[in-house]
Design a protein around this ligand. Sequence first.
Ligand code: ASP
Length: 643
Amino acid sequence: MFCSLSRLYRGLSRPTRRTTQLIWSSFSRSLVLSSQRRIPELSSFVARTNTCGELRSSHLGQEVTLCGWIQYRRQNIFLVLRDFHGLVQVIIPQDESAASVKKILCEAPMESVVQVSGTVISRPPGQENPKMPTGEIEIKVKTAKLLNSCKKLPFEIKDFVKKTEALRLRYRYLDLRGVQMQYNLRLRSQMVMKMREYLCNLHGFVDIETPTLFKRTPGGAKEFVIPSREPGKFYSLPQSPQQFKQLLMVGGLDRYFQVARCYRDEGSRPDRQPEFTQIDIEMSFVEQTGIQSLIEGLLQYSWPSDRDPVVVPFPSMTFAEALASYGTDKPDTRFGMKIVDISDMFRNTEVGFLQDALSKPQGTIKAICIPEGEKYLKRKDIESIRKFAADHFNQEVLPIFLKTNNNWNSPVAKFIMEEQGLGLIRLLETQEEDVVLLTAGEHKKACSLLGKLRLECADLLEARGVVLRDPALFSFLWVVDFPLFFPKEENPEELETAHHPFTAPHPSDIHHLYTEPQKVRSQHYDLVLNGSEIGGGSIRIHDAELQHYILATVLKEDVKLLSHLLQALDYGAPPHGGIAIGLDRLMCLVTGAPSIRDVIAFPKSFQGHDLMSNAPDSIPPEELKPYHIQVSWPTDSETKRVH
Ligand code: ASP
C-alpha cells in the first residue's frame, strides 16, 4: 500500500482536453523552433497539399487537399479532421448539388480516414476558437473521398478518455493516434536528431552499428539467450555494446556513438523494459571531465527549445556523500529533507535501541526532518512508515513531533534530554509542526532506509498539496567516486563490480587493489536527473594485465569468455572511456510521462509481454528440432510461480 501510493503520485497525470490543445500548439511551435535552419516539408510526395494542423489566416483563399481522421462531427454541419499535426474544422456542404459529399462526410463513422478538398475561409466573426491553433479558419469543402472506414473502436481516440494500460497496449496502433503519444514519439525523434547532429556534425563522432547476436558475457545483467543450429550453442543478446565499443577504440575509430538497442532479462520493474535504447558513446584519449563536458553539451544542444535551458556544468557529488545525505546513489536534489547524522548528540542516551545501535561497530543514529509533517502526515502514514521500516529493513523508526515551545511528542520524549532536543533542532533546523524521523543502525542501512522514507514522505506531502518538486525543474547531477567493487549481497566475502568489470580504478587508490580491493574507488560516473539514473559510464582499463587481474583474481570470472578483449588490449589499445545515456528514461522525464512505456512505440507490458501480438509465443516442437532444444514443461505449481 505504502509503495503503491508513492508510485501513483510520481510523474505527471495524463493530459486533459485543455492540455491536449496546449500540446498541439506547443508541438507545432517546437517543430518550427527546432528546425530554424530548414522548415520540414510535411506534405511532399503525398496526396495532400497541407497538413490539418498548419492552416492559418495566412492561407485564406487557398485551395487545399487534406487527409485525416474524423475526430468530431456536429449536427452534420461541422466536422473536425485530425492528422499528426493538429485539428481543423471542415464545413459539410448543405446544398443539393453537393449531396454526395455530404453523404460521405455525414455517414463515415468516427475515426474513418477521409480526403477533402476545398477552400480555406475565415470563420464568421465571433465563431473563432482561440484555443485551437487553426481556430481562425475553416475549410469549405468541394470534394470528399472516404479512404477507409473505421469499425467500432475498443476506445475513443481522445486522450481524456480513461482506459487501462493493458487495453492501450493491446491496441497500441490506436493508442499511438492520441495526442500525448504522438507528442512523446515526435519529441523523442527530434531530440535524437539533435544528438546526432551534435555528436557527428559538431564533434566528429562516427555512428556505428554493433551486433545484437553475441555471446554470453561475465558479470552484469542477465542476458536473453538465442538458440543456434549448432547443438548446445547459443547466442546472447548484448546487455550493451560495451565490448564492441571498446574494440572500436582499439580499431582506431576514436569517437563512436550509436542509438543502441540493449537487452536485459531482469524481470519487471516500473522503469525497466527487457529491450531499451541507449545513446552509447566511447572516446579515445579522454578523461572523466572530457566525457562529462561532452554530455553536458549534448543535453544542452538537444534539449527541447520550449523548456528552461539546461544549465551547465552540472553539479557533482561523491557516492559517499550521496549515500550519507540522500541514502541513495541517485539523489533527487530538487528538495531538501537531507539525512543528518545525530550520533554524537545521543552518545549518553537512555533509549535502549539507540544505545544498542551506538555500541556496535559502524553504529549510527540518523534523522530526517519532514517540514510541517505534523500538519500533513496522518497517524496511519506514520504507522505505515514504521511498518515499512520493520518489514523491509528490519529497522525501527521513531517519529518525533515538534510542538510549540520546542516540546517533543514521541514515544521516547521523556528520555530525550533538553540538550539533545536542542541539538536536534539545531542540526536538523527543525521548526514548529515539523516531524523528525529517527533511526539507528549501521551507516549504509540507516541511510538507505531514511533515503526511501524521504522520497515516500515527499510523495505524501505532494499528494496533500505541498509543492516540493517543481515539475518544470530539471535537476541534473553527476555522482562520482563510486567504489570499484561492492561486496556481493548473497556472499559479502566476494566482490562484484559496481559498474562493469572494464571500469578503471581511481589513480589515487590503485595501490589498494592488490591488498584491499574493497577500498578502491573507480573512475565511474553516473548522471542523475530528478532522482533517476539516466546515464552511466567510466574510464576503461586499457592495460591487459590489469584487466586480467581484476577479472580473474578479484572477480573470479572465467577469463576465457573475454580472451578476445584481453588480446585486443595487448595490441596497442588507446586509453579510452565512455558513457551510455538511457534514452527511454530521459524521454520519460522530459515529457513528464508516468511510465517509460509512454515514450516507446511498442513497449512490453510489466510482465515483459507484447499484448498486441502476444509475444513471447509458443513454437511447435518440430520447429524447435533444428535448434536441438526441447521444452521441459513446468509443473502446475512452477507455472503459478512464473505468473
Ligand atoms: N555499457 C555501460 C552500461 O550500459 C555504459 C558505459 O560504461 O559506457 O551501463
